[in-house]
Write a protein that binds this ligand. Structure first.
Ligand SMILES: C[S@@+](CC[C@H](N)C(=O)[O-])C[C@H]1O[C@@H](n2cnc3c(N)ncnc32)[C@H](O)[C@@H]1O
Length: 327
């Protein structure tokens, strides 16, 4: 996987050359509030769209990238030749794909999946195209459709992606999408949502629905048993995202990165070789041992591994929140 954010940041910077950042800053505050209170349903102005691109898109791109990486980790033989991105916004999914299909010499690999993007907001489609302007060869691989995703009937793409969209849909609409995917020729469906209580509630709803249909789960769940997450807790993971100058200006703070928390589920109609467990929290290390919170056998449990003597396992030392653990 290559580092795409630099190219993405360059494209975002170019987009912002003639935009007043001062004005965007107040819009950005409003947008953050809407997201926190779950009141965001659609972009109501161009400033809101731009604010989303500068302050959210690099993070949503990284979270999607993480989910795609899990497909490689758990089902390495999966080949994705085509993809459908529902609620594609400014094209985060394409940028996530680029980190897998962009060669070091700046060329797009011929294996880049044929990708169809569906978005109801025409201006977001415009910005997605603007951001990709300098990515040579991509226009031959992608098609855009301005439409309501609920009108899409053809799901015959190897992978179907819905990132940060379920929150904007009602449960019966999510059911409709899952049903259409299930009866299509598609192999994999991915949902990514914010790593919040509400985001996880949506993911859990989607997970239950997919399991009822007899699907397997590629990630993060290590089985299809009842989700063991306690009522007031939520299963989430994180990615570290570099912050651009614009991002720092809009959101304040001085740190060079931010941690994007997200919840996700990836389902398939094919068989899965399940790992034994998934690490749910930061790994704690003492001189004697390493402690993990695991999702395993339908339970959330704690596990300790010794760091002493012959029992010391170098692979275990490198494990992190979100990794699988065959303990
Ligand atoms: C929060 S943005 C996420 C964009 C992108 N997927 C990402 O991860 O950055 C949600 C997008 O879904 C689009 N959307 C929501 N409901 C939709 C629907 N019913 N049909 C088409 N697009 C929809 C919105 O217009 C918006 O651009």
């Amino acid at each position: 996987m290559n580092e795409t954010p630099k190219q993405l940041f360059d494209s975002i910077n170019a987009l912002f050359e003639n935009v007043s950042l001062k004005e965007l800053k107040s819009i950005n505050l409003e947008l953050s509030k809407k997201y926190k209170t779950q009141k965001h349903k659609f972009f109501s102005s161009d400033k809101e769209r731009l604010s989303y691109i500068a302050s959210r898109m690099p993070a949503t791109t990284k979270a999607i990238e993480y989910s795609l990486n899990e497909i490689q980790n758990i089902s390495p033989k999966t080949s994705i030749k085509s993809a459908l991105d529902l609620g594609s916004g400014s094209g985060a999914f394409l940028w996530a794909l680029l980190s897998f299909f962009y060669s070091e010499n700046g060329k797009l690999q011929t294996s880049f999946p044929r990708t169809h993007l569906v978005e109801k907001d025409e201006k977001m489609i415009f910005y997605a195209k603007e951001l990709l302007k300098n990515v040579k060869g991509i226009s031959k691989k992608i098609t855009f459709e301005k439409n309501d995703i609920l009108r899409v009937k053809n799901y015959d793409f190897d992978l179907v992606m819905l990132s940060y969209v379920a929150n904007e849909l009602k449960n019966f609409q999510i059911d409709k999408i899952i049903k259409r995917w299930f009866f299509s020729k598609s192999k994999i469906i991915v949902f990514v949502e914010p790593g919040t209580k509400v985001g996880f509630k949506n993911i859990k709803y989607i997970r239950d629905n997919l399991i009822k249909k007899g699907c397997n789960l590629i990630a993060p769940c290590p089985n299809t048993l009842k989700c063991p997450m306690p009522k007031n807790d939520w299963c989430h993971f994180y990615v570290r995202v570099k912050r651009s100058k614009i991002h720092k200006y809009l959101k304040g703070g001085t740190l060079g990165y931010e941690d994007e928390k997200f919840s996700y589920v990836i389902a398939t109609k094919e068989k899965v070789k399940y790992p034994k467990a998934r690490i749910l929290r930061f790994v704690k290390k003492s001189k004697q041992d390493i402690s993990f919170t695991l999702c395993k056998d339908g339970k959330v449990m704690n596990e300790k591994v010794s760091r002493k003597g012959k029992k010391r396992d170098k692979k275990v030392e490198k494990l992190n929140w979100g990794d699988t653990f065959d303990v």
